[in-house]
Design a protein around this ligand. Structure first.
Ligand SMILES: [Cu+2]
Length: 160
């Protein structure tokens, strides 16, 4: 009996210290993985559907559409489809981050993205990105496979 009580107390103490650690200063400012262009979406919450297709035509590569307007606070489910003959990806970020990232990709072209803000698709495949646009601004989405952004695979997101 006494042993059981002390065990319960020990687990209570553990739970309390875990709670204190969660509320510590380290957690401040990084809740939900929020970044300059918003945060990963919650698939359980409603989302506006935006279809984006990827492909190549006449030596150029594209996203359709390549300009998307979003209201601040809106959650968007991007339904992606690769209609092309090559692998493509959509990486959502600030323009600055995507330009920097494109340089890293040139050094390491096989870098795979499996982040909440990016999706890579083989030809004829579909995929989704769910993103909550919590901040106003102008953002970028690009295919960072070397040469693709340069061939036209880039678009703009405007959050107002
Ligand atoms: Cu591409």
């Amino acid at each position: 009996m006494t042993k059981l009580v002390s065990l319960k107390l020990a687990s209570l103490a553990l739970a309390l210290s875990a709670g204190a650690a969660l509320a510590g200063p380290g957690a401040a400012g990084h809740h939900d993985g929020e970044v300059a262009y918003g945060k990963p979406g919650d698939p359980k919450k409603p989302a506006r559907l935006v279809q984006v297709s990827m492909g190549e035509k006449d030596g150029k590569m594209h996203f359709i559409p390549n300009r998307i307007e979003i209201r601040r606070g809106e959650q968007v489910k991007f339904q992606l489809r690769n209609n092309g003959e090559m692998d493509h990806e959509l990486v959502l970020a600030t323009l600055e981050e995507n330009l920097k990232h494109a340089i890293e990709m040139q050094k390491n072209p096989d870098m795979e993205h499996d982040d909440p803000n990016a999706k890579r698709l083989a030809p004829k495949k579909t995929g989704e990105i769910v993103w909550a646009f919590t901040k106003a601004g102008q953002f970028d989405f690009s295919c960072l496979i070397p040469g693709h952004r340069e061939a036209g695979m880039t678009g703009t997101i405007i959050v107002k």
